[in-house]
Design a protein around this ligand. Structure first.
Ligand code: ADP
Length: 542
């Protein structure tokens, strides 16, 4: 017997319809690449998303054709999110921090038809357009009078002129909720990038789940500034959850430095933010140097790579901001776990609470997880035993776009490539990425643990731990450190700092001071590149 409830597909267009009907006056504030501040409302987003849909129809795009963007976080990008997916096309957010050759490869692989780009990315488009045969239309996200006449890009349109001609009425089509809605390529640290292809259903379920109190806790009371880019797994789903709840959105545009973001947070009464640790590191340095405090901000989600305890403490103790440590992947839309404490844990002393906050957190309903040994046997949830982390659920990838890489699943589970423990309360903690874990004398050393200790030293701005080949131990850890410009610390002092904080054999063999640690297109440390940079390095004991 089937249930007798109405059968409505979960479609992204319903989010923007809902936003228009229920919180049309909710604010969207953007720092534009033009430099000024732009303000409008969810009602305006809904109208202009319909104009985008009409404009795409005018290009005779078919259902599921790809509409690519090369854009910062901003209101026009948001309109394309809803206009492209809502009209049945697939939104493809390209990462502008990639090398132009990679952009070409990805755009061709995706068979993008349209490319909408912020003017700051004009040089990238100029470098790639002649090698992207599937892209028929280029749209610069600007007013008609700002359109360059000598760009060399064929069929270049101004976004405002393009959508300005279109009616703001549009009947969103109804179709199967499992239809593709958007796509995002992984960074492809091994081999070519592969794309996760999200569906309307997976996106809506993720949007519901992300808004839950024990997850991102997004509500109409919030003003959210997503520092995480809209080209990095759809800004972790925030645009969708904000439309669903009526949260105010504040977009930083291209001004991603600590000072500009801080000023926007204060000016717009931002309560809530989200980003990778490296971005927050810049922000905290700016705030410390200038003796600044937050007026309204109370929470921030930090994920994408392990959040160092020193950062969680600084946010909490110095600035009164609760850090919600999160873990996820491009292949998971991206949320998998969030670290929010249970009632009984709130009664624990601060240090014990901190030990829990360091973990990547509890699985969200919709994500099932387990850890397994090399033979695939499930391991206990005791907080100590570590194993390969596998996940499954309705917003977890089942196959890559075009079947790249073959079947990624193992008995229906997606292997994350992360090594983790899970405790009896269900809190998962990443030990390492399996390719970054250091194998010394048959034992494993977590590079994240070593980095966390180094980052707790006041003179350390950034730290990356990697294994170096060793004839006796296989590998020994060393730590590459970027010092704070205004402080001094020696190699020996830093090595001494590790004493008593970890087992003696896990203490790195050396500290290498570097000017910078290579960061990838999503702001994560690129250890492969660092290993390459240090290829002539010799361990002191050899
Ligand atoms: P990419 O794989 O392209 O770098 P993703 O954003 O998909 O981009 O990265 C997912 C990986 O990032 C995870 O598998 C994990 O290794 C790492 N990661 C994400 N969040 C955290 C976190 N909070 N702590 C530690 N590692 C994390």
């Amino acid at each position: 017997m089937l249930g007798l409830m109405q059968d409505h597909p979960l479609l992204i267009s319903s989010l923007i319809d809902f936003a228009q009907r229920h919180h049309a006056d909710g604010e969207i504030v953007s720092r534009r690449v033009e430099g000024d501040i732009h303000r409008y409302t969810w009602g305006d987003v809904a109208k202009r998303a319909r104009q985008v849909a009409n404009a795409l129809d005018g290009l005779n795009l078919a259902f599921s054709d790809r509409v690519a963007t090369l854009a910062w976080n901003g209101y026009r990008h948001l309109e394309i999110y809803f206009g492209a997916s809502g009209s049945g096309r697939v939104l493809h957010t390209l990462n502008p921090r990639l090398h132009p050759d990679q952009v070409v490869w990805i755009a061709n692989h995706a068979e993008d038809q349209v490319l909408c780009f912020d003017m700051s990315f004009l040089p990238i488009v100029q470098a790639v357009h002649s090698r992207c045969p599937t892209i028929k239309t280029y749209v610069a996200l600007c007013d008609a009078d700002k359109l360059p006449t000598d760009s060399g890009i064929p069929h270049l349109l101004s976004y405002e002129a393009w959508i300005g001609k279109q009616p703001s009425t549009y009947v969103w089509p109804t179709f199967d909720e499992n239809s593709a809605s958007s796509m995002c390529y992984t960074s492809g640290t091994t081999g070519n990038p592969k794309a996760a292809l999200y569906s309307h259903r997976s996106t809506l379920l993720h949007a519901y789940a992300a808004a839950l109190p024990d997850v991102m806790c997004i509500s109409a009371r919030d003003a959210i500034l997503p520092v995480v880019p809209m080209f990095h797994v759809n800004a972790w789903g925030i645009p969708y959850s904000a439309a669903l709840t009526g949260a105010k959105l504040v977009f930083p545009g291209g001004a991603m430095d600590g000072k500009s973001i801080y000023e926007l947070i204060e000016a717009e009464g931002v309560t809530y933010s989200a980003g990778v640790p490296t971005v927050w590191q810049m922000m905290l340095t700016h705030m410390k140097t200038n003796n600044l405090k937050f007026g309204t901000m109370t929470r921030t989600v930090i994920g994408g790579s392990a959040c160092p305890p020193a950062m969680i403490r600084a946010f909490n103790d110095d600035y009164g901001v609760e850090v919600l440590h999160a873990w996820g992947m491009t292949e998971m839309s991206p949320l998998g776990t969030l670290c929010t404490l249970k009632n009984k844990q709130l009664k624990l002393p601060p240090d014990a609470q901190m030990q829990i906050r360091l973990k990547q957190g509890r699985a969200i309903f919709g994500v099932d997880m387990k850890i397994v040994d090399e033979a695939g046997n499930e391991l206990p949830w005791d907080g100590k035993t570590y194993g390969d982390l596998l996940v499954k659920g309705p917003w977890v990838l089942g196959a890559y776009f075009k079947g790249e890489g073959g079947d990624p699943l193992v008995n229906g589970w997606f292997p994350t490539g992360d090594v983790a423990t899970i405790d009896a309360d269900g809190f998962m903690q990443i030990t390492d990425r399996s390719k970054d874990v250091i194998k010394s004398g048959g034992e494993w050393i977590s590079s994240i643990d070593i980095e966390n200790i180094a980052m707790a030293h006041p003179a350390v701005m950034m730290a990356a731990c990697i294994g170096m080949p060793h004839p006796k131990w296989d590998e020994r850890p060393i730590v590459a450190v970027v010092k704070r410009p205004d402080m001094a610390v020696s190699r020996d002092e830093l090595l001494q700092f590790f004493e008593g904080k970890t087992a003696k054999w896990q203490i790195p063999d050396d500290v290498v001071f570097v000017d910078a640690i290579p960061l990838g297109a999503t702001g994560k440390m690129q250890k492969m590149k660092l290993r390459e940079e240090l290829k002539n390095y010799q361990l002191p004991s050899l």
